[in-house]
Design a protein around this ligand. Structure first.
Ligand SMILES: NC(=O)c1ccc[n+]([C@@H]2O[C@H](COP(=O)([O-])OP(=O)(O)OC[C@H]3O[C@@H](n4cnc5c(N)ncnc54)[C@H](OP(=O)(O)O)[C@@H]3O)[C@@H](O)[C@H]2O)c1
Length: 337
């Protein structure tokens, strides 16, 4: 089958950073399903895995978002039948979606939203899982909007891939959503996707929040530059508030700074459940099913902003280049021809 992979971790401009290859199509066993990949989306994790590491003995296939059709079902898999249209993010420690067919454990797969095209659906799994897990499993929020009406959340990096769905979900949970965005087009996008207010992540958080009438926020969801924003987060988090970050740091964080406020700092890593095969791994199937229902009910919308046609090395290189710019709005999708 056709796939796109690499053996050397190279800058995207290098010819061999991503290459078209032919590999053997795997067979579904156990709880796996084999999916014919129709569309994938590109996340910063793709670019990080591609760019860093030692040479690979075999071509490495990455890609952590897909929508497609189930073509084979493992002997212990029971959630799906051949022909089902599905969407999923997959696992960081297994071959990814940049190939014609992919094996994925059924516990982290859900039926694709019926209303959405494969491309519109492929934009969502990784970012929706991240945002949903952060809000519910890490920050202990519920989607019972009444219980959160007096609460505020600051979402740092509101117009990116994760931000575009996090603002929608936080809005759905009844929170007052303050997103950060630094350009007219990202400010407009964040406001159109659930942010009640925006502030600029390159300027002073406290001053801007006070201008909006807030002297603190109850929750912070940090989607960019945790090191850069840590002091400002400590400053504006409410006493007993909660901060969740998804972005690794270069420096050690001074958690003591949060002690006086009894504030919580928690990580979200979307791959934790599949990486450790946690007993509650099936929650990702449940979350994606819930998100699909909301997408079909039109109370959430897809975040795709750009679609490249043809799942090949040339288009994936272009998508990686755009994601590496750090200025993406919403999501970039690459669709099978
Ligand atoms: N832990 C996990 O499970 C997990 C899951 C998903 C993603 N991540 C990580 O989360 C990060 C964001 O992912 P993403 O897909 O949302 O990225 P993305 O789509 O590339 O984010 C682009 C956005 O980042 C904003 N931005 C740029 N510099 C910023 C800064 N200094 N502070 C705040 N915002 C800034 C930009 O807004 P402006 O143009 O307005 O400046 C742009 O809209 C990545 O590092 C990714 O690897 C982690």
């Amino acid at each position: 089958m056709k796939a796109i992979g690499f053996q050397q971790h190279l800058p995207i401009k290098e010819a061999n950073s991503l290459i078209d290859i032919e590999i053997e199509c795997p067979a579904a066993q156990g709880r796996d399903v084999l999916v014919e990949v129709k569309a994938v989306s590109i996340n910063p994790v793709d670019t990080k895995v591609r760019a860093h590491g030692s040479d690979e003995a075999e071509p490495k296939i990455i890609g952590y978002d897909a929508a497609g059709i189930v073509v084979e079902v493992g002997d212990q898999a029971s959630f799906f039948s051949v022909g089902d249209e599905v969407y999923y993010a997959g696992a960081i420690n297994r071959p990814g979606s940049n190939s014609a067919f992919q094996l994925v454990d059924e516990r982290i797969v859900a039926k694709k939203p019926a209303r959405l095209t494969f491309s519109e659906a492929a934009a969502l799994p990784l970012t929706a899982l991240t945002a949903y897990e952060a809000l519910t499993d890490r920050l202990h929020l519920t989607f019972d909007a009444k219980s959160n009406l007096e609460k505020t959340i600051l979402i740092i990096g509101a117009a990116g891939g994760v931000g575009s769905i996090a603002t929608q979900l936080a809005n759905k949970a009844g929170l007052t959503v303050i997103g950060t965005a630094s350009r007219p087009e990202t400010i407009d996008w964040a406001k159109a996707h659930g942010a009640h207010h925006t502030i600029n992540h390159h300027e002073d958080f406290r001053q801007q929040l006070e201008q909006l009438g807030y002297d603190h926020v109850d929750y912070i969801f940090c989607l960019n530059a945790t090191d850069q924003h840590f002091d400002a987060m400590v400053d504006v988090i409410a006493p007993q508030g909660m901060i969740c970050s998804i972005v690794e740091t270069d420096q050690k964080l001074d958690l003591s700074a949060l002690q006086q406020k009894s504030a919580t700092f928690v990580w979200e890593f979307m791959f934790t459940r599949s990486l450790f095969e946690t007993p509650d791994m099936i929650r990702q199937h449940e979350i994606l099913t819930q998100v699909a229902t909301w997408l079909d009910e039109e109370t959430l919308e897809t975040t795709v902003t750009q679609t490249l046609i043809g799942l090949n090395a040339a288009n994936l290189k272009e998508a990686h280049r755009l994601v590496e710019s750090g200025k993406t709005i919403g999501k970039i999708v690459v669709e099978q021809q």
